[in-house]
Design a protein around this ligand. Structure first.
Ligand code: MOS
Length: 699
């Protein structure tokens, strides 16, 4: 069944209100003043000139703010800015200007004189490396990898790099804060408003019951709005100090240094294989940059833990501390970076063994979870390989023309995979005589969540989806899992299905089972029946990535085939077509699901060939502070021929509705497939993303 997007009319008519669209009476505009250097010490702040500007009501410095406690997860940082005088990255907030207009606040920011004793910034590639967790970089080990490498007929050892990338959401992050006595209301641009409450209440010493967050529409997140960031706390604190509501909407340049990015990564893969390409051993080491005093670990080696049936495995995770703000998850985290390395190495193994890259994957197919031998909850990967190869014409690819005008044509493939990230949550269904109301504190981030959840309720109740009204985006509604981790449909969808079944059960108890539910309600003479549902995890846990605690291992899979044109004179790349087939459990809505995967492939093309946030090599700051130097795919870069499909599955072990998770899966593997296609075309192996023209020419 195809339903139209229920939030579409709100957006089309401008009725959708984002965080910054809320202007409570007396609201002040806040602008952060950032440190002008990436390293050093704050000597002095001269705010006198700013304070007397027309419209400026206050300039807050560390002296005006309380000393904040260490923040609990899921805050993105442990230590709030303003905690000491050390400057650890450029743009680190050192003052907050409050003014009656945004223009006055901007003028105030320009008038603040920040005096820093500069230090020498630590650049990417030159920082201190340390184990990501604990004392040992080894996070997983099985068998003897060194022995496997010594005994192998084929050995691959390569290092794969990827550049940092910012999320670049269309709507920058922002928070509007209003106090009513001791009660705090935030209109916030976030992906998980329920998790704002514990962090804000801990930071500000509030009762959780006194924090209320409204977050209906979020203009893109991609992970930048997943965790809780200091500006959200600063907006609330500034409003408390000022005694007036405060709007702190990050300016585009502030976004670079205040809400994370995907880190720079250096990954080394060592493969040991038989002459037939059967893996004997695999070592995967991942290093990601993090901040000097804050730690984000990008657990990219997870990709190698569960994909192939390899007897000896060693995974090593390190971080490197540099003078940048702390990174954060970004679509697709974990396996996104991890598969760039692993799948590139698998393609190199295929070449070394003289095998088709698809056959190397099949030779190492994991029939059960390589981590612990559990059976898969469902696994359509073999079928996806076969169907994808058929749709692409993979086996006969080299019978096609190898040139098209200036373009030399290459073909590449990779496996796609993600953990099945499950979060607990609740949902409510109110059956009324004229239809049903679904209540769940999800956000509209553009993925179609409202449409899918309405559809699930309608299907469970047996009423048309037009008769379902969706209420979302308010922490007074039932608490759901976050709108990230490709988890919402599976988790909240199951909670809502359970709530709808609760309604149906109540109707049956009233002797009205088996009827049209609206008619049944009418006959029973009841105006409203309220059903409650939850999605719970084994042991009441708050997060589950791999079916832990169940008899089944859970993951999502897929395969991506890409055809890339390479202009050998200029090093230009063109995506000509792509085929993706995915195994992700039941697909509730084909339209929104295909849009997610197509978007993921486009996102992956951007990562593979365009996106890069450079650390300026002398000053250590982000080189770009606006979108003018940012290359991302536009419509002209994307061919019409992107063929997305799904294997037919119903995974009842993963969730009540049979779904696993889809959103970010489509963004995995694309980079490795594209790099392989470039090699297939011109025999240039680029192991350093993005694959820019000069790298192709240098090869
Ligand atoms: Mo995505 S990094 O789970 O928003």
């Amino acid at each position: 069944m195809t339903a139209t997007r229920v939030e579409g009319p709100l957006k089309l008519t401008g009725a959708a209100r984002y965080a910054a669209d809320h202007r409570p009476d007396g609201v002040l505009h806040a602008v952060l003043v950032g440190a002008p250097v990436a390293a050093g010490r704050l000597r002095a702040l001269d705010v006198a000139a700013a304070r007397v500007l027309p419209g400026v009501t206050a300039v807050l410095t560390a002296a005006d703010l309380p000393s904040f406690p260490k923040l609990p997860p899921p805050a993105a940082v442990r230590t709030m800015p303003f905690s000491d005088e050390v400057i650890r990255h450029e743009g680190q907030p050192v003052a907050i200007v409050l003014a009656e207009s945004i223009e006055a606040a901007e003028a105030g920011r320009a008038a603040v004189v920040v005096d820093c004793e500069p230090g020498t910034p630590v650049l990417i590639g030159h920082g201190r490396r340390e184990p990501a967790m604990g004392d040992d970089a080894v996070v997983f080990e099985r068998g003897d990898v060194d022995e496997a490498i010594a005994a192998a007929a084929i050995r691959i050892e390569q290092t794969y790099l990827q550049a940092p990338r910012h999320h670049h959401t269309m709507e920058t992050s922002g928070t509007v804060a209003r106090w009513d006595g001791d009660r705090l209301t935030l209109w916030d641009s976030v992906q998980a408003s329920s998790t704002v409450i514990p962090v804000l209440s801990a930071a500000l010493g509030l009762d959780a019951a006194d924090v209320h967050v409204v977050a209906r529409h979020t203009g893109g997140g991609f992970g930048a709005k997943g965790y809780i960031w200091p500006h959200e706390i600063l907006a609330a604190e500034a409003a408390r100090v000022a005694g007036q509501p405060v709007k702190l909407h990050l300016r585009r340049p502030d976004q670079f240094s205040n809400v994370g990015y995907q880190p720079w990564m250096e990954q080394t893969i060592r493969l040991a294989a038989t002459a037939d390409g059967v893996l004997l051993g695999l070592e995967h080491e991942a290093v990601n940059n993090t901040a000097l005093a804050e730690t984000h670990v990008e657990p990219a080696t997870e990709a190698s833990k569960s994909l192939y049936a390899v007897p000896a495995l060693r995974l090593r995770q390190l971080v490197e501390r540099v003078s940048l703000n702390v990174p954060t998850p970004m679509r697709a985290p974990v396996e996104g970076p991890g598969l760039w390395a692993l799948e590139s190495a698998m393609n190199e193994l295929a070449d070394a063994a003289g095998l088709d890259p698809l056959d190397v994957r099949l030779a190492n197919f994991a029939e059960t979870s390589p981590t612990d031998g559990r059976p898969w909850s469902a696994n359509g990967l073999r079928e996806a390989y076969e169907e994808g190869a058929r749709r692409y014409g993979w086996r006969t690819r080299h019978e096609r023309p190898r040139r098209d005008g200036p373009w030399v044509i290459g073909h590449g493939m990779a496996t796609c995979s993600m953990g099945s990230f499950r979060f607990p949550g609740a949902g409510r269904v109110r059956l009324r005589r004229d239809g049903a109301v679904v209540e769940a504190n999800v956000h509209d981030i553009g993925t179609g969540v409202q449409t899918v959840l309405s559809q699930i309720a309608a299907e469970e109740l047996g009423i048309p989806p037009e008769l379902v009204e969706m209420r979302w985006g308010d922490t007074d509604l039932p608490t759901t899992g976050p709108t990230y981790g490709s988890s919402t449909t599976m988790g909240t969808g199951s909670a809502i299905a359970a709530a709808a079944r609760d309604v149906t059960k109540q109707l049956a108890e009233l002797g009205q089972g088996g009827r049209d539910p609206l008619e049944a309600l009418d006959r029973a003479g009841i105006d409203e029946l309220v059903g409650e549902g939850t999605f719970a995890l084994p042991g009441g846990s708050g997060f589950n990535a791999d079916g832990q605690g169940t008899p089944y291992a859970m993951r999502t899979w897929g395969v991506i085939f890409t055809e890339v044109g390479v202009d050998p004179d200029f090093g230009l790349l063109r995506l000509r077509r792509a085929v993706g087939v995915y195994s992700a459990g039941r697909i509730v809505n084909q339209v929104t699901a295909r849009a997610q995967m197509t978007g993921g492939i486009i996102w992956g093309w951007g990562k593979a060939t365009m996106e890069e946030s450079d650390q300026e090599p002398v000053h250590g700051r982000w080189l770009a502070k606006n979108l003018s130097n940012v290359a991302v795919p536009v419509s002209a870069d994307i061919p019409a021929d992107i063929d997305v499909s799904f294997t037919d599955e119903y995974d009842e072990a993963a969730s009540l509705i049979g779904a696993r998770g889809i959103g970010e899966l489509g963004a995995t593997g694309v980079d490795a497939a594209v790099a392989a296609a470039v090699y297939d075309a011109v025999r240039v192996r680029v192991r350093d993303l993005p694959i820019l023209p000069w790298k192709v020419l240098a090869g």
